[in-house]
Design a protein around this ligand. Structure first.
Ligand SMILES: [Zn+2]
Length: 592
């Protein structure tokens, strides 16, 4: 942290979260929370809660969560010190001069240097395209792709000339050391050539993070060179799994959906046509981290992948990932054209909007693609096809959803609905469910168990935050070590210590985490949805189950460690076993 914990906490404590957020979102009090429409995703019915007691906010729609400081950082795109300064002014607190540790200074300045190199490289490429005669080939290419000057400017498109040494010379002249130029990913070093540009003879697409900072590049070769597209390597500032091309604009498009495309040119063509909610992955396959990132802004993703074989395969894979993230996916039919760029040129934006409106439900799409593997005129193949449909229907855990899909599919493919239902019931009873383009089942069940354990730990943290009176009762049996997720353990360590001192404030704990992602994850822990129960007795039972689940998981965790010959785990196992026996007999009361 740049400021001492004390001053951060003083400012946070003096900034009433309801007051601050009401300046941005209209809130209505209901129960113990204030509710409004979430400013971080598109919605019509309020699922954004601001808790006066906890001094925190949480969106039950998109999962955004945090305290008054993180709210300003997120909403206004402020850095931590900026948000703090605004709140200090508002609360009339005088901020001291910044305090940096040497280590922090070094780290912050290194990241900043790498960002600066990329920014200056982008400027260099930008002028090469426009001012250097060699750039004409690039400009001609982009004009042929029908990009307007305004679009080229918006995306900062540039050109890397045939002489790879020029960029390096330019950056050296700007005062960067060779090591910085290399570590920023814009040049490579070889014994033979020394330091030379990573890119040459390419049209350059600067890749920006959500805050418009250039973190890397994609380059499209001019002519027939290989590879056609080349990207910056991963660096300390460029993580391909956690960024999306176009997100810096798409995040504020508020179109109610995001369009996922395959390539940079697709994204640019879409934005030019007014679809500024388009994004693309960064030269690699779509990742779960990217799905998670999208989920911050929307619930629905429209896939606009190429209509060829590779595109279909990539789309099917992406559908699995989006579904796992809990996003709704639909597929845009681009035929007879290959990709959004071609489509837009041939048929224009109205026609594309129509295709968006008609986008196909991702499950129907999967089944339709599946059908092409079978000769359905042949009775035997047709049976196989139906069996395949049935196994996939088993994947819908919710009965209503499964039944709805079952009926729709039966009708669509002329299958007797009762027969299909019987088949599905048989498969479901046998535990047959076919993961669609997902990790192998072994991994999957392990993840399911891990997810269960994580959820129990989150629930317990929320229970204690909502009902601090239970803490003294369970404290002898539950310790921060039982929280097997590292971040959860950190949160509970602080939380338990604060509770023991009788001074527990969840919003304060959030501020002890440095990066935005940890702050969000920590905040979420205090807003896990507790089961809605009629009677206190039922509630107490639910709480007991959660405590036991956390302790059992901890027991298993340490047993595993013991098996791995971790000496310290032995005492933990014995302790956990004793605590489990005691907990089973313990009566927990929620005196309301
Ligand atoms: Zn939200």
């Amino acid at each position: 942290m740049y400021y001492s914990d004390e001053i951060v906490e003083e400012i946070r404590a003096k900034s009433d979260i309801v007051g601050v957020i009401s300046g941005y979102v209209s809130l209505k009090k209901k129960g113990s929370n204030h509710w409004g429409c979430c400013p971080f995703h598109n919605e019509k019915t309020p699922s954004f809660a601001v808790s006066e007691n906890k001094q925190m906010y949480h969106c039950f729609g998109c999962g955004e969560s945090g305290n008054v400081i993180t709210f300003l950082m997120k909403y206004e795109n402020y850095s931590f010190p900026e948000a703090l300064r605004v709140l200090a002014d508002r609360a009339g607190v005088q901020l001291p001069e910044l305090e940096y540790s040497e280590e922090q200074k070094k780290r912050a300045s290194r990241r900043q240097r790498l960002l600066d190199v990329n920014k200056d490289a982008a400027t260099f490429f930008y002028y090469q395209l426009r001012k250097n005669p060699h750039g004409e080939v690039g400009l001609a290419y982009l004009r042929k792709r029908e990009l307007t000057d305004e679009t080229m400017k918006k995306f900062g498109l540039g050109y890397a000339g045939k002489n790879g040494g020029e960029l390096v010379a330019y950056l050296r002249k700007k005062g960067y050391r060779d090591e910085e130029i290399r570590d920023a990913g814009v040049a490579t070093f070889s014994e033979k050539n020394g330091l030379s540009s990573q890119f040459w003879n390419r049209v350059m697409f600067p890749i920006q993070d959500a805050n418009h900072r250039v973190i890397g590049f994609g380059g499209r070769v001019m002519g027939d060179g290989e590879p056609k597209y080349l990207n910056s390597p991963e660096t300390d500032i460029f993580d391909k799994r956690r960024n999306l091309y176009g997100l810096n604009y798409a995040r504020t498009a508020r179109a109610g959906n995001m369009i996922l495309c395959e390539g940079y040119m697709d994204v640019i063509a879409m934005h030019q046509a007014g679809f500024s909610q388009a994004v693309a992955s960064l030269g690699t396959a779509f990742t779960p981290e990217q799905a998670h990132l999208i989920h911050r802004y929307t619930e629905q993703v429209l896939l606009a992948y190429d209509s060829d074989g590779a595109g279909v395969k990539a789309a099917l894979r992406a559908i699995g990932i989006l579904r796992n993230e809990g996003l709704t996916a639909k597929v845009i039919n681009m035929r007879p054209h290959k990709d959004p760029d071609e489509f837009m040129k041939a048929l224009g934006r109205e026609a594309f909007q129509e295709r968006i409106d008609q986008a196909e439900n991702s499950f129907f799409y999967e089944i339709r693609m599946l059908e092409s593997n079978y000769n359905v005129k042949d009775p035997e193949e047709r049976t196989k096809f139906h069996r395949e449909i049935a196994t996939r229907l088993c994947n819908f855990e919710e009965e209503v959803e499964r039944e709805n899909y079952l009926q729709a599919i039966a009708e669509k493919y002329y299958i007797g609905v009762d027969n299909l239902r019987k088949l599905v019931a048989n498969y479901a009873a046998a535990g047959i469910a076919k993961p669609v383009e997902r990790p192998k089942s072994g991994i999957q069940s392990k993840t399911a168990a891990q997810e269960g354990a994580k959820r129990a730990q989150k629930l317990l943290i929320t229970w204690i935050a909502d009902y601090p009176q239970i803490f003294p009762k369970i404290r002898p049996y539950i310790s921060p070590a039982d929280f097997t997720e590292e971040l959860y353990a950190k949160v509970t360590e602080r939380m338990f210590a604060d509770l023991e001192k009788g001074n527990f404030q969840p919003a304060e704990i959030i501020s002890t985490f440095e990066d935005e992602q940890s702050q969000k994850e920590a905040a979420e822990l205090f807003f896990e949805k507790l089961p809605e129960m009629e009677t206190t007795q039922e509630k107490e039972q639910a709480l007991r189950d959660v405590i036991l689940a956390v302790k059992r998981n901890s027991y298993e965790h340490f047993k595993q460690k013991q098996a791995e010959r971790d000496i310290n785990a032995i005492t933990q196992v014995l302790e956990a076993k004793k605590a489990l026996l005691a907990l089973e007999k313990l009566r927990i009361t929620l005196d309301e």
